[in-house]
Design a protein around this ligand. Structure first.
Ligand SMILES: [Fe+2]
Ligand SMILES: [Fe+2]
Length: 176
C-alpha cells in the first residue's frame, strides 16, 4: 500500500500493544453492558421455553463476565468505563429489527437465535484476541480470566446451535 493511502492516526492513538489491549477491553465491557440491557427483550420475545431459558441463563453469565472485566481493570489500574462499541450497537439494532420483521412463534425464535449467534461470534472473536494479547503481554492472570469468558461464549454459541437444530428451525420451516 502506498504511504498516502494509509489512515493517519488520531493524536489519541494507542502507542503500543498494552494500550491497544486496554482500548479493546473498554470496547468489550461496553458491549457486554449493552447486551445486558438488550437480552431481556430477546428473552421476552422468545416462545420456545428452552430458548427463553438459554437466554435467561446467558444474562446471568454475562453479569459474571462484566464483573470479571471489572476485576481485570482493577488489576491493570485502569477505569472500567467503557467506550462505545459500534459493532455491538449494530448487532443489537439488527436483533431488534428481526423482532419487528417476524410474528411471535417459531419464526421469530429462529430470528432471535440468528441474532444471538452473531453476537456470540463477535464476542468469541473479541475474547480470542484479548486472550492472545494478554498472553503476549505476560498478563497471565488476566489471560486466564479472559479465557474463562471465552469458554462461556463458546458454550453459549453451542447451546444456541443445539436449540436451533433441535426443533426451532424445524418448526419454523413448517410455518410456511
Ligand atoms: Fe459476553
Ligand atoms: Fe455472550
Amino acid at each position: 500500500m502506498k504511504k498516502s493511502e494509509m489512515t493517519k492516526a488520531k493524536p489519541s492513538a494507542a502507542e503500543g500493544l498494552k494500550e491497544l489491549f486496554v482500548d479493546e477491553l473498554k470496547d468489550i465491557v461496553y458491549a457486554e453492558r449493552a447486551l445486558l440491557k438488550a437480552l431481556p427483550k430477546m428473552a421476552k420475545n422468545a416462545s420456545e421455553p428452552k430458548l427463553v431459558e438459554a437466554i435467561e441463563e446467558h444474562i446471568k453469565v454475562t453479569e459474571g463476565q462484566v464483573s470479571r472485566l471489572e476485576r481485570i481493570f482493577e488489576i491493570l489500574g485502569e477505569s472500567s468505563r467503557g467506550v462505545k462499541c459500534e459493532a455491538m450497537e449494530g448487532l443489537i439494532k439488527e436483533g431488534e429489527s428481526i423482532l419487528e420483521e417476524t410474528e411471535a412463534g417459531p419464526v421469530r425464535d429462529a430470528g432471535i437465535i440468528s441474532a444471538c449467534q452473531k453476537v456470540e461470534h463477535y464476542e468469541i472473536a473479541s475474547y480470542g484476541t484479548l486472550v492472545a494479547f494478554a498472553r503476549t503481554l505476560g498478563e497471565d492472570e488476566i489471560a486466564s480470566l479472559l479465557a474463562e469468558t471465552l469458554a462461556e461464549e463458546k458454550d453459549a454459541d453451542k447451546q444456541l446451535t443445539e436449540s436451533a437444530y433441535n426443533s426451532i428451525n424445524f418448526d419454523a420451516a413448517e410455518e410456511d
